[in-house]
Structure formats: structure tokens, C-alpha cells
Ligand binder design. Sequence first.
Ligand code: KIV
Ligand code: ZN
Length: 388
Amino acid sequence: MSAEKVHIFDTTLRDGEQVPGCKLNKNEKIEVALKLEELGVDIIEAGFPVSSPGDFESVSELSKIIKNATVCGLTRAVENDIKVAGEALIHAVRPRIHTGIGTSDSHILHKFKSTQDKVLERAVAAVKYAKTFVEDVEFYAEDAGRTGDEFLARICEAVVKAGATVLNIPDTTGYCLPEEYAAKIGYLRDNVNGIHKAILSTHCHNDLGMATANSIAGVQFGARQIECTINGVGERAGNTSLEEVVMIINQRFKGQYTTGINTKMLSYMSGLVSERMGMIVQPNKAIVGANAFAHSSGIHQDGVIKERSTYEIMDPLDVGVDHSSIVLTARSGRAAIAYRAKQIGYDLTKEELDIAYDHFLDLADKLKQVEDKDLEQLLKSKIYKIAS
Ligand code: KIV
Ligand code: ZN
């Protein structure tokens, strides 16, 4: 049986760009979008065209230059939003309008001061209107994570009947537990008439640190599209991290699910987005953090030097990092010193290593990390007696 495709919907340029201070100008958006296309994402959410003339222009420009990926524009369930998005997407080879409305009680009662029936009517009207501009219409049920399953199924069924091709089930507030989110997706898969005509999509926020787990749980229960961003950027605590879900699918679901992502570009993409958005990546970030393939304790270093897979569950080359690193700290052991000394040109005998190690520990207790230049200095002054 061949692996089932999970579509990767990248929203770095829309949900990601909503982060305060992360706004990109048109040229930066073009640069990132072209690289996203090369990375192999299936859909690029390019922006929210009605929100500003600049965003309209960016979506319109990306529609002209992106040829392989679907280009998507966000709207509210508001006629003018949809009309403007339709205009911005006019040149796209594969245009998609992403329209929707809040469906939880708190959205319906507090935001809209409305009723479920009226919200359902607006959702259907929005999808029908969007269909007059493009064939591919994705519907989002904002705050689906806190929406009762029965109403969610009713609104999903109605919008599929109106022509929605994708059903986005956002955990907008990052509140769901993985089993709750999985059950919600499973309920929709099993209870929405006509569900086979649409793709179920996850869109999980990270307020409790569960965005990645929830997205994968959604896939296991029937979702075939994941909405995510590079480095997990997005509103508040962020969105699902693209690099994490893609590598989970690659490492844990081989043969069952597949994506079209060229994983060797992941590290590069992380650096590009971090740089352009001015948002640093935490060093311990999974997959793309500076320490994701760095080993610093003696026990781990010894294991990894003998056999990489002892402490690495994936090959750094697969995500575009040329090698794992052995970081020298006061917790490092002899194996790491010998290894790093060899890397900088010193093949130490056992006696030399014993001497180097004693001096190394004194030095390492004073420094946070011993760099190559510190090690070289130590070897030259304590063993080789060559003036530096
Ligand atoms: O988090 C959310 O609900 C969203 C929607 C607008 C799709 O970003
Ligand atoms: Zn979102």
C-alpha cells in the first residue's frame, strides 16, 4: 500500500506574519514564498488581502510568480473581504480562498452577538460567494477546538454542500489535548455527510505547547492537511512548527503518510525566516535549534562518537545540518577531548590525553563552553610547548 499524502499548508506569511515585529515587506515575502515553493509546500497562505493595501499587493504579486504551489488568501465571512481576495488572486495558477467564521459559543455570543443558525447561514453564504471567484474554497471554523462537535459537524456538512473543498478545524486558542483534538477530527470524518468531497485540515496553536502533538493526532484520525509555519511562528505562543510535523511524519510514519517536503532545506528555511522576521530560534528548538544536534555531556558524547544513532534519532544531513557537534563543557569526557583535538589536527596519545584532560577541566570550570581556539591554546601550552 502506498503512503497517503498529507498536504502541507504553510501560513508563515499570514498567521506567522501577524506576530508583533515580524512584518515582512513585499520583497521579503516574495523571497520567502519562492523558497517555500522550492521546499515543496503544497499551499502558501500569502496573506489577508483586505487587511491592508500592502498585503493585497503582496498576495497579488505572489499569485503571479508562484507556479507550483496553491496560493491562498484569507478572508472573514464578509462579502467585501472575499471580493478583494478574489481580485488579489486573479493571476494565480492555483488560487484558493480561505474563508470562515467563529463557531464556538464564546465567538457566537460575545463576538457576533448572534445564534448558531445565523452563523451557519453566513458560513454557507461566504463559501457560495467565494465559489464565484475560485473553485478551491477552504472553510475555517474559528475556535473549533472549543466548539461542540454536533454544531461543528452541522456547519461542516452545510459548507461542503455549498462547495467547500477543505475544512479547516482550528484549535485557535491551543486548548485541546491531543486525544480531544483527535476525537473531534474523527467525529467529523465519521459524521459529516459528503466529507469525502473535502479534505480535513488541522490548524493548531501552541498556547499549551501541544500544537505539534495535536496536528499529528489529527492526521492519525483523518486529517490530510496540516497548517503550519516555519519555526512555529504565529499568534501568541505560535502555530504548529512545519519542521516538526514533517520530520515526525518522516521518522515515525514512513510508508503510512508522506509529504512533498525537501527536508534538506529545513535548516536553511529556519535561518531565512528567523533572519527576515528578526525572531530568534530558541537553541533547544526541535529539528532546527542550534543545539538540536549538539552533544555536551561526557556520557552522550562517548556514545555518539562510537555510534551516532545511540543519541540521535535522525541524521542531521536529512534536515540540512552537515554534522552533529560535540560541544566541550565541564561535563565533557576524554572521548570528546580526543575527538575534538583530532578535528583540529592533534592526534593525542593516551598520556597526552591524560595531561590535556586535567588542564581542560580547570579551564572548562571557568568557561561556559570551550571553543576550538581555547582547546588549541591549551594543547600548545601544556603539551606541545609551541608558542601561540
Ligand atoms: O487560528 C485561527 O483560527 C486562524 C483562522 C483565521 C484560520 O488563524
Ligand atoms: Zn491561527
